[in-house]
Ligand binder design. Structure first.
Ligand code: MG
Length: 450
């Protein structure tokens, strides 16, 4: 079919036409029509979504939500991460009761249209439940497209910019020496970047685990006071710089736990120790403080793991108030949204540092790796070592070697889920779904941000 016939065909299918640039172009009013396709070959022929499964599993004792999209081509399916571990069963409902009936029968190759129509499907949007549900489907569709084309997903994004993905891991402890020992161990394993966290005696401190001697099933309310913490962190950095010099990049996560003005003080105090970045110095509700922080210190800032919506990050990027965008990809709408976000950040020299904790499933980690390989403005990737049980449930986990994550170069995301193995690790409702963050309180009993 020539171009003119295709245009006429489109106009007939849509029942409406407009003149654009001298050409008569169709404006389809209601979805796509097979009639409107310019030609049919294996790559453009519709591939029907026949079923969507939501799989809940916890091989590392962390509740994961994984989506499997099945298609009309026998054996061709895709997987995606929809993990919102605190509300796993709500995401499961959003997929099974709402997205599945909305999407079964649609063309799995219409990734952009499925993203847009799903995003608008509930009118009220930008919430973590719907975003995670959309993300699970979206990643699975990219996985399917890669498998169908016979190439890794990073190839669909324009190809590799680098051989592998540089990463950071966590060193946490209850003393300067304990943190330093863990940094040394990670450096010996090949890490060039390490996130350092330390607890303050008598207080719960983010990322540093329980105090020495506390029982494993300690269920007492956790007490948190910001002042001793902001006084301690610069001393930890001073200790580590004396010990390691500049041989290792150091990172720190404030985890939005301090009043904004104390966050400003801490970031200023850390500047002299040259951190690779300081993460989440403010909560999403306090992002107005970033413009003040920028006037005070040149410490690189990473922000965004709690973001749900472009409204939250667009201004921070375009005003050059942060250095690393650090969203949780399944929280934002999946690969389709993350690709756009990375491209926008590139023009403002903001680098990517996608969230990569235990409550990102190995499928989500694989998605991160494909984005990291193809994004010119990749910065760093948070990584972890997968357990044997995770490897059993998710064949094809990305490999961590010498501090780099490597894709396995199989078509699609290169990872799958073994449903029989997943069933061996059912999710539990304990720890409870609020992770006891509602119990994190100041000494006077006031609830505090997590
Ligand atoms: Mg964080």
């Amino acid at each position: 079919m020539d171009r003119r016939s295709w245009i006429e065909n489109c106009a007939r299918a849509a029942g409406a036409a407009s003149i654009v640039g001298g050409l008569q172009l169709a404006l389809p009013r209601r979805g796509w029509s097979a009639e409107a396709q310019p030609k049919e070959n294996r790559d453009t022929k519709p591939l029907t979504i026949t079923d969507i499964k939501t799989i809940l599993t916890a091989p590392a004792k962390i509740r994961l939500v994984v989506v499997k999209v099945l298609t009309s081509e026998p054996g061709l399916h895709g997987v995606g991460c929809a993990t919102f571990t605190q509300r796993a069963r709500v995401v499961e409902t959003a997929i099974d009761r709402y997205l599945r009936p909305f999407l079964v029968g649609k063309n799995a190759l219409d990734i952009q249209d499925i993203f847009q129509s799903s995003y608008l499907s509930s009118y009220w949007r930008n919430g973590p439940v719907l975003n995670n549900a959309i993300s699970g489907v979206d990643m699975a569709l990219w996985d399917i497209l890669g498998k169908r084309a016979g190439v890794p997903v990073y190839q669909l994004f324009g190809g590799r910019c680098r051989k592998a993905v540089d990463t950071y891991r966590h060193a946490s402890g209850a003393s300067f020496e304990e943190v330093a020992d863990k940094v040394a161990a990670l450096v010996a394993e090949g890490q060039r970047h390490v996130r350092v966290q330390m607890s303050v005696e008598g207080l719960a401190t983010y990322g540093a685990g329980r105090q020495p001697g506390a029982p494993e099933d300690d269920r007492r309310p956790q007490v948190w006071d910001p002042k001793p913490y902001v006084l301690m962190v610069p001393k930890l950095f001073e200790h580590l710089r004396k010990k390691f010099g500049d041989k290792v990049e150091l990172l720190h996560d404030v985890h939005e736990r301090v009043p904004p003005i104390l966050g400003v003080q801490l970031v200023k105090d850390l500047e002299q120790f040259r951190p690779f970045f300081v993460e989440d110095p403010f909560s999403p509700e306090d992002i107005g403080y970033f413009k003040h922080l920028r006037q005070q210190a040149s410490t690189p800032i990473a922000m965004g793991e709690l973001f749900n919506s472009p409204h939250e990050w667009l201004g921070l990027v375009s005003d050059r108030l942060i250095d690393f965008i650090r969203v949780h990809i399944s929280q934002m709408g999946g690969l389709t949204m993350a690709k756009k976000m990375a491209a926008m950040c590139e023009f403002f020299s903001v680098r990517t540092a996608w969230h990569g904790p235990g409550d990102t499933s190995p499928v989500g980690h694989a998605a991160n790796v494909h984005l990291d390989l193809a994004a010119p403005n990749f910065g760093i990737q948070e990584a972890r070592v997968f357990t044997d049980a995770e490897r059993e449930v998710f064949p094809g986990c990305p490999e961590l070697k010498d501090g780099y994550l490597w894709a396995n170069d199989q078509p699609g995301l290169g990872i799958d889920i073994d449903e029989k193995a997943a069933a061996k690790y059912p999710i539990q409702d304990d720890p409870p779904f609020d992770f006891r963050w509602g119990e994190l309180r100041r000494a006077d009993g006031t609830v505090t941000k997590p």
